[in-house]
Design a protein around this ligand. Structure first.
Ligand SMILES: [Zn+2]
Length: 683
C-alpha cells in the first residue's frame, strides 16, 4: 500500500497528493451532491450574511464549512475529498464486480488485488510471516560490507533504507531518463521534526520513538529491546535528517541537480560498496547519475562507517516493518494509524477498509482500474469541452505576456515560445499501461503489494538511457487533482477532477471560468513560477531570462512571499511564503488568466445576473467554493511544514485581495480587509 517513493521528479499538482496516510476518503456518509441552482453555484454553501469585502472566504464557504465538519476519519476535508468520495463509490462498485468469478478477463487483476486487500481474516491469520524473507536478509548481515546488497534488494520491493533511488529525466537534457539518488530513508515527514526543538516537534519525535518501539515489538521483539532499538533508529535518522536539504532549498532545481559519472558517486561513499548495491538494485549499466543531494550521500556513508552493525540492522528492520504496515495484521495497521493518522493528522477514526483498499488498487494498478472508471464516467465529449477551455486560457496567457510592462521583448519572445509548446493531456492516457508482467495472487495481499512495487520499480529502471515518453501520466484517471510537469512542459487533467464542483457541464460560464478554467490557468502558470521558469520550452533546465527580467520577476515574487508569510496557519505558526510561493503564484496567475478569458468571452456573449449575483461576482464565488474545507489543528501544523499549497482560506482571500476587479465586483472600499496593500502581481 505504500507508494514507491517519488524521487526528485518535480511536478506541480493542484493540491497535496492524497497518500494513504492522509486518510482522505470519507466514511459511509450519504454521497453529497452540490445543491442545484441556476448558475451551478452551491448557494447553501455560501454565507450571504457575511460581508464579502470583510471575509470573502466566509461569504463563499461559510455554509459549507458549517455543514461539513471534518468526519472522524478525515481530519482534512474539503471539496476535493467530497468529490473523491463520489469517485470512490464508483471505484468500489467497479472493484466489487471485478472480484466476482464472472468478471471480465481484463478486470480480473484489479478484482483479485482488491479482494486480497479486503481479506482481513486471511491477512491476520498469516501474522508476521510475509515479513519473513526481508527480515531474514537483514538479520543475516554479518558484516557492514554486506549492507549495500541488502539495501539494493530492498529498493526493488519498495523499501527505502538510507536513500531514495530510481530514474528521472535529466534536468538538462529532458529527452533522456537517468539514474537518480535522493535523500530518503526517514520515517517522519520532514527533516525539521528531527532537528527543531519547539514543543510540537519534540512531542511528535517522542511519539515517533514510541511508535517505532511498538512496531518492533509487534514484529517479535521483547519490549526492553524494542525501546533500545527505537532509540537507535532515532539516532540514525536524526544524523541523516541533519544532512538533508530543506524543502525550500529543494524548490530551486539547480540545488538538486548534480550530474556526475557513476565512478564519482562511489567517491561520495567510500565505505559503501556501490557496485554491489547497483547490481542488487537492478540498475541498468550506464555512465552517469544525478545525485540530488551529495551531502546526504556523504552523511549516509559516515553514518554507516560510525554506527555499530547491530544498530544499522535495527534501522533496516524498522524500514522493512514500516514499508508495508498497511497490509500486515490488524495490530500493525492500528498502530500505524495511531501514529501517522491520530498523532500526525488528528484523525479520530481509521478510514473504512474498503476505501483504503480502493486507494491501494488505484495506487498499484491505477491504469487498469482507471480504464474501467473512464469507460463509466468520462466520454470523448468531456475531452473536447476541456480542450476548448484550455485553448481559451492559453490565449489569455499570450495576451498577458504581451501586455506586462516588466518584461523585455527578448524574454517575452522566449516565454511565448514556451507557452506555444505546452502540451495538454486531458482525462486519461491514449495508451493504457500493460500490467501483464505483474503477478497478482488472490489471497496474498502483502505479496501483491510488494510485486506491484517491484513492477513499478523495474518500469522506472527500464527507462534509463531511453527517451522520455511524454504521453505517460503521473496521476491515475480517477484522481481528483491536476499537474504541470516542467520537464515535459505539459499540463495534465485526470478525468477525476473534471466534475462538479470544479467543472459544471450545465453550469454557467462565469462559475466555470472561476473554477475549472482558473485551475487550468493555475497549471499553466506553473510553467512560469519560481521553479517552472527555470525550465525552457523543451523541458530543459536553462535560464532563458535576461538578468534584468529575472530580477524583476524575483521582486514581484517577493511581494507574494511576504503577503502569504503574514498569514497564520495556526496559533503562532505562520505560512512559509517561500515554500508556498510557486502555488500562490499559480493561484494568482490562474485566476487572473481565467478572468481575462472570461472578459474576452463576455465581449461576444452576454451573461445575465443569476441567483442574485452578477457574472463577475459568480466568477469569484466559483473560485472560492473550490477551497471550502475543514482541517484539524494537527493538519494545520503538518501542512505548514510540508505542503507547498496554502490552506483553502488563503488560496481564496490571498488571490481576491490582489485583484482590483474583485473589489469592483463587490464594491469594496479601498480600506476593506479584502483589498491588499500593496497589491502583488507576478502574472
Ligand atoms: Zn499547483
Amino acid at each position: 500500500m505504500t507508494r514507491t517513493q517519488a524521487l526528485t521528479v518535480i511536478v506541480f499538482p493542484l493540491a497535496i497528493a492524497m497518500a494513504a496516510d492522509d486518510a482522505t476518503v470519507r466514511a459511509q456518509s450519504p454521497v453529497a451532491q452540490p445543491m442545484a441552482s441556476r448558475s451551478g453555484i452551491d448557494l447553501a454553501s455560501m454565507d450571504q450574511t457575511a460581508n464579502p469585502c470583510d471575509d470573502f472566504y466566509q461569504y463563499a464557504c461559510g455554509g459549507w464549512i458549517k455543514n461539513h465538519p471534518a468526519p472522524p476519519d478525515q481530519p482534512y476535508y474539503g471539496r476535493f475529498h467530497e468529490l473523491q468520495d463520489r469517485n470512490n463509490e464508483i471505484l468500489r462498485d467497479i472493484l466489487d464486480q471485478a472480484s466476482k468469478p464472472a468478471a471480465p478477463a481484463d478486470q480480473k487483476k484489479i478484482g483479485d488485488y482488491y479482494a486480497s486487500c479486503m481479506a482481513e481474516t486471511e491477512i491476520d491469520a498469516k501474522g508476521t510471516a510475509p515479513l519473513g524473507p526481508d527480515l531474514q536478509r537483514v538479520d543475516g548481515l554479518k558484516d557492514k560490507n554486506e549492507i549495500p546488497a541488502v539495501a539494493g534488494h530492498l529498493q526493488t520491493v519498495g523499501t527505502t533504507a538510507f536513500f531514495g533511488f530510481g530514474s528521472a529525466p535529466d534536468f538538462k537534457d529532458a529527452t533522456q531518463y537517468m539514474l537518480i539518488y535522493a535523500q530518503g530513508g526517514l520515517g517522519l515527514p520532514d527533516r525539521d521534526y528531527y532537528i527543531k526543538d519547539d514543543a510540537n516537534s519534540q512531542s511528535i519525535r517522542a511519539a515517533y520513538e514510541k511508535h517505532v518501539a511498538k512496531m518492533m515489538q509487534l514484529a517479535g521483539e521483547a519490549s526492553a529491546k524494542a525501546a533500545g532499538d527505537a532509540k537507535a533508529v532515532l539516532t540514525i535518522e536524526t544524523a541523516l535528517a541533519k544532512a538533508a536539504l530543506d524543502r525550500t532549498a529543494r524548490r530551486n532545481p539547480s540545488n538538486i541537480y548534480h550530474k556526475m559519472p557513476r565512478e564519482d558517486v562511489k567517491k561520495l561513499m567510500p565505505s559503501f560498496n556501490m557496485s554491489q548495491f547497483l547490481e542488487r538494485a537492478e540498475a541498468p549499466p550506464g555512465d552517469s547519475a544525478n545525485v540530488s543531494e551529495p551531502d546526504f550521500l556523504k552523511a549516509v556513508d559516515q553514518v554507516i562507517a560510525s554506527t555499530p552493525l547491530p544498530d544499522l540492522k535495527t534501522y533496516m528492520r524498522w524500514h522493512v516493518v514500516h514499508a508495508q504496515a498497511a497490509l500486515l495484521p490488524k495490530p500493525f495497521v492500528d498502530e500505524n494509524f495511531a501514529f501517522y493518522g491520530k498523532t500526525l493528522t488528528g484523525a479520530q477514526e481509521q478510514t473504512p477498509r474498503w476505501k483504503r483498499c480502493v486507494q491501494a488498487t488505484d495506487n498499484d494498478l491505477g491504469e487498469a482500474l482507471g480504464k474501467a472508471y473512464v469507460d463509466r464516467t468520462f466520454g470523448p465529449e468531456g475531452k473536447t469541452r476541456t480542450l476548448e477551455m484550455v485553448k481559451a486560457i492559453e490565449a489569455a496567457m499570450g495576451s498577458d505576456i504581451d501586455a506586462i510592462d516588466w518584461m523585455s521583448p527578448e524574454t517575452k519572445k522566449a516565454a511565448v515560445v514556451k507557452l506555444g509548446a505546452v502540451a495538454n493531456k486531458i482525462g486519461y492516457p491514449d495508451r493504457w499501461r500493460d500490467y501483464s508482467a505483474l503477478r497478482v495472487v488472490r489471497g496474498d495481499a502483502y505479496g501483491n503489494s510488494q510485486r506491484a512495487n517491484t513492477f513499478e520499480y523495474r518500469r522506472q529502471m527500464a527507462k534509463i538511457g531511453k527517451p522520455v515518453d511524454k504521453t505517460e501520466w503521473l496521476m491515475t484517471p480517477p484522481t481528483v487533482n491536476a499537474y504541470y510537469n516542467p520537464l515535459e512542459n505539459n499540463i495534465n487533467f485526470p478525468a477525476g477532477i473534471l466534475q462538479p464542483p470544479f467543472f459544471m457541464k450545465s453550469g454557467d460560464d462565469a462559475v466555470n471560468f472561476g473554477a475549472v478554467v482558473a485551475v487550468v490557468g493555475h497549471e499553466l502558470t506553473h510553467g512560469f513560477d519560481d521553479q517552472g521558469r527555470r525550465f525552457d520550452a523543451a523541458g530543459n533546465m536553462r535560464d532563458w531570462w535576461t538578468t534584468a527580467d529575472g530580477k524583476a520577476f524575483e521582486d514581484r515574487a517577493l511581494c507574494v512571499d511576504k503577503q502569504y508569510s503574514g498569514y497564520t496557519a495556526i496559533d503562532d505558526v505562520k505560512l512559509n511564503g517561500k515554500l508556498t510561493l510557486g502555488e500562490n503564484t499559480a493561484d494568482n496567475g490562474g485566476v487572473r488568466l481565467a478572468w481575462m478569458a472570461l472578459m474576452e468571452l463576455m465581449k461576444t456573449k452576454q451573461l445575465e445576473k443569476m441567483d442574485g449575483l452578477t457574472p463577475e461576482q459568480r466568477f469569484f464565488v466559483g473560485w472560492g467554493q473550490m477551497w471550502c474545507e475543514n482541517r484539524s489543528d494537527e493538519i494545520a501544523r503538518l501542512h505548514a511544514k510540508v505542503n507547498p499549497h496554502s490552506p483553502g482560506r488563503y488560496r481564496t482571500v490571498g488571490v481576491v485581495s490582489n485583484m482590483p476587479e474583485f473589489a469592483k465586483a463587490f464594491s469594496c472600499a479601498p480600506t476593506a480587509k479584502m483589498v491588499a496593500q500593496p497589491v502583488c502581481r507576478v502574472w
